[in-house]
Design a protein around this ligand. Structure first.
Ligand SMILES: *Cc1c(COP(=O)(O)O)cnc(C)c1O
Length: 372
């Protein structure tokens, strides 16, 4: 029997192959291989999709976070609040600016930043060094942006959303990426909107912040060959921009497919002992990952693998427990829920091209797993 992967970017390429191949040829024939019309068209289309005024294409999601943070004045001797239950890129980007990350515990239902813990953390003095909050919309479920924005405004902090897992997700019909001062997206191939290589974007409604990011992504230029500020090279590749323009037109339909798989899993797990994803009322979850929880996680994972079903763990080790950060990165209190969930979470196969039969096969194997 053929196996079921946890994610399948090749299937997504195949679904769009004809249009993508035309788009790639268009770029090759254009003679323009850095930035240009392809990138600026994608920026316009993506900004419109998210519901913001401006987007800047950059080289990766990590760069998008770093440049957004730097545009907001984050740098040496400053502090940024984020979570430990995230991709390492979130904290790596904060540290690359020279700032210090302070990690906040998560809400065990949504896996997102706990706003009570955030409130306590920002109320400490930090000698005026705190500049920004980076909430992560983990697995595609939006963080509590209304509360986070309120806390930020009360303490005059910037909010930079990490939207790497939540393209198209929304809260009360308002998309993620529109709630913060700036937002960062990744187009890593397995994300809900994925390139065929590395790419990312920063979005905002603020023209001054956008100008800063556009300058920072290309050596700090405002005028060619003259750097006003020290920048880096983090341009979006026009080949990736052309591919993303094709895929953007299907993002809503593909998110709908992910939601329909999630619905099917939920119905199948109705009588099962595994804990299924919680969805807050009023939010639109886009299921970048479908994460269940069980005390027998490792046994279940091994059993599924023996049945040809691949699963993932996002993430097995919280950032503050990883060798590179352990004993060094700051935490706001004990990260109790962060540490507890790492031992029980399991990401099931989830991608738009998954068939109903495959969803049923995954669910049946879990329901009949002798270890649960
Ligand atoms: C993927 C991801 C990133 C980093 O994006 P890259 O494009 O791989 O640099 C950042 N934050 C989160 C939450 C992610 O999932």
């Amino acid at each position: 029997m053929v196996g079921i992967p946890q994610t399948d970017p090749y299937a997504n390429y195949c679904a769009h192959k004809d249009d993508i191949d035309v788009a790639i040829t268009r770029v090759l024939d254009s003679g323009r291989y850095i930035m240009g019309e392809e990138v600026s068209s994608f920026e316009k289309e993506f900004a419109e999709y998210v519901g913001v005024n401006y987007a800047a294409g950059v080289a990766s999601g990590t760069d998008a976070l770093e440049l957004a943070l730097r545009a907001c004045g984050v740098g040496l001797d400053t502090i940024v609040f984020t979570v430990s239950h995230t991709a390492v890129a979130t904290v790596a980007a904060i540290e690359r600016t020279g700032a210090e990350a302070i990690l906040i515990d998560i809400d065990p239902d949504t896996y997102n930043m706990d706003v009570k813990c955030l409130e306590t953390a920002v109320s400490e003095s930090y000698s005026g060094r705190a500049i920004a909050i980076v909430p992560v919309h983990i697995y595609g479920h939006p963080a509590d942006m209304a509360s986070i924005r309120q806390i930020a405004d009360n303490h005059e902090l910037f909010v930079i959303e990490d939207c790497a897992q939540a393209h198209g997700a929304s809260i009360d019909t308002r998309r993620v990426g529109t709630w913060g001062h700036m937002s960062a997206f990744s187009f890593y191939p397995t994300k809900n909107l994925g390139a065929l290589g590395d790419a990312g974007a920063v979005v905002t409604n603020d023209i001054d912040l956008m100008k800063k990011v556009r300058s920072l992504r290309e050596y700090g230029w405002t005028e060619r060959y003259v750097s006003d500020i020290p920048g880096i090279n983090s341009r979006m590749d026009p080949l990736q921009a052309a591919i993303l323009r094709v895929k953007l037109t299907s993002l809503d339909a593909e998110n709908k497919q992910r939601r329909s798989h999630a619905d099917r899993y939920r119905k199948m797990f109705y009588t099962s002992s595994v804990e299924i994803p919680y969805v807050q009322s009023g939010v639109q979850h886009v299921y970048h990952q479908y994460v269940i929880r069980t005390a027998k996680r490792d046994e279940l994972r091994k059993y599924l693998l023996s049945r040809g079903i691949d699963t993932g763990i996002h993430y097995p080790v919280p950032i503050h427990k990883q060798p590179a950060y352990c004993g060094r990165v700051g935490a706001a209190g004990d990260l109790i829920h962060t540490e507890a969930v790492a031992n029980s979470i399991l990401s099931l196969p989830m991608y738009p091209e998954l068939s109903s039969t495959e969803v049923d096969r995954v669910a049946d194997n879990i329901i009949n797993c002798p270890y649960l």
